[in-house]
Design a protein around this ligand. Structure first.
Ligand code: SAM
Length: 246
């Protein structure tokens, strides 16, 4: 397979949706290999303990470095093709360019935290042998890393050659290469009239240049209204003369 995905978690069942849909097909086709590992299997004591109270005090529990270390020693293939991803709200933002970068790796190992997270020395020690990315999927706090892994894996997998039926759709998506930092324009299909709402006439015109212009205008308008931060970040070189009219 092009890409080996390993997920380490105390809730292996949580990852079963990864075997559905697009990704399930990619696994069946041999493009992606997926293994889910139960962290508790690496806990040495009878009670399979994975957490302990935090040094320095405070609320909650912290996942133990030694248990994680044993799991990662077993799962991580050291070398330049491997990345360890540690989901955390305290991480750098996961976005489309991070997804594209990760789609070029040979192995990605995801370490799902629970409670207050994982002893920092796990990531720090792993970074001596592989690339480690501490990544956040957004400015909100989940109960565990599993849902973040579902999000990241879905975004990464559809960028792997052969996974999407039509590779062009990844290019025109919001944040795709062709959209250079704009949100995607709205889409329509049959019927022509729905609840009194008509499809924009230009889309029926057969006039390709006019359609492209309309889509670009809609992208710009939408982005300006919903994501002014993206407009502010636009490279002026990507704007054309006609853009200034909207
Ligand atoms: N004490 C941590 C903090 O404030 O940074 C929050 C821990 S959170 C309750 C438990 C786990 O959920 C984290 O270890 C991480 O795996 C996951 N998680 C929560 N929010 C996340 C986010 N926005 N992005 C990625 N992972 C997240």
């Amino acid at each position: 397979a092009r890409l080996q995905l390993d997920v380490v978690t105390i809730f292996p069942e949580y990852l079963s949706p990864l075997r559905e849909s697009l990704l399930g097909r990619a696994i069946a086709d041999g493009l992606i290999d997926l293994s889910v590992h139960d962290l508790r299997a690496y806990a040495p004591d009878r009670h399979r303990t994975v957490d302990d109270t935090p040094y320095g005090g405070g609320a909650g529990m912290v996942m133990k470095a030694d248990v994680w270390g044993r799991a990662l020693d077993d799962v991580v293939r050291p070398g330049p093709g491997t990345t360890l991803v540690v989901p955390t709200p305290a991480g750098r933002p996961f976005n489309q360019s991070v997804a594209a970068e990760l789609a070029t790796r040979r192995q990605i190992v995801f370490a799902c935290g629970r409670y207050e997270g994982i002893d920092q020395r796990v990531a720090d020690h792993a970074a001596t042998t592989v690339e480690v990315l501490e990544l956040s999927i957004g400015d909100y706090v989940l109960a565990g890393g599993e849902a973040a892994v579902l999000v990241m894996v879905e975004a990464i997998a559809r960028l792997i050659p052969g996974v999407l039926g039509n590779p062009l759709s990844a290019v025109t998506d919001s944040f795709g290469d062709a959209s250079v930092g704009l949100l995607e324009y709205p889409s329509y299909t049959r019927p022509l009239s729905y609840q009194g709402l008509e499809v924009p006439p230009v889309l029926l015109s057969g006039h390709h240049a006019a359609i492209a212009r309309w889509r670009r205008d809609e992208s710009l308008r939408r982005t300006a209204r919903r994501r002014p931060d993206l407009i502010a970040a636009l490279d002026p070189a990507t704007l054309d003369r006609a853009d200034s009219s909207i």
